[in-house]
Ligand binder design. Sequence first.
Ligand code: HEC
Length: 128
Amino acid sequence: MRYILLTLALAGCVGAGDARPDPASDFATYCAACHGPSGRGDGAAGAELTPKPADLTGLAARNGGVFPTTRVMAYIWRGEGAAAHRAMPSFAPLLEGALVPYDGGDGIETPTPERLVALAEYLKGLQE
Ligand code: HEC
C-alpha cells in the first residue's frame, strides 16, 4: 500500500511536470544562509542572530543518537522553535507539491510534503 501511494504521488508529480525533490538544492536555497553550507550553524546570515542557528550536524548526537526526523520537519512545517523560522514565509515552497505517506514512528502514516521528507532525509545524512 505504501508503495502504491508513493508511486501514485510520484506519478502525479511527474505528470504535473514538476521536478523530483532536490534536497541538497533546497538546503542551499532555504537553510544554508543561517545554518551554513554544511549545516554547522556558521552561515553568514546567522552570525548576528540570538540564539545562534543550531549546528544541524549534531541533531542526532544531541538526541541520544537518534535523528529526530519528525521534530526537524515540524521546525519547517509548523515554524516550531526558532523565531527565525516563524519569520520565514519563504519556506512555503517546501510544503507545496506532492504528498507522500510518512510514518514518524507511531505507526500512523500522515500525508507529508515530499520535499520536506527529502530535506529531513538529507539532514539525517549530515549527522556526525
Ligand atoms: C533566518 C535564519 C535561519 C534560516 C534561514 C533557517 N534557520 Fe533553522 N534555526 C535558526 C536559528 C537561529 C535556530 C536556533 C534557535 C532555535 O532552535 O529555536 C535554528 C534552529 C533549527 C533547528 C533546531 C535544532 C535543534 O537543535 O533542535 C532545526 C532542525 C533547523 N533550524 C532547521 C532548519 C532548516 C531545515 C532550514 C531550511 C529549510 C532552516 N533551519 C533555516 C535560524 C534559521
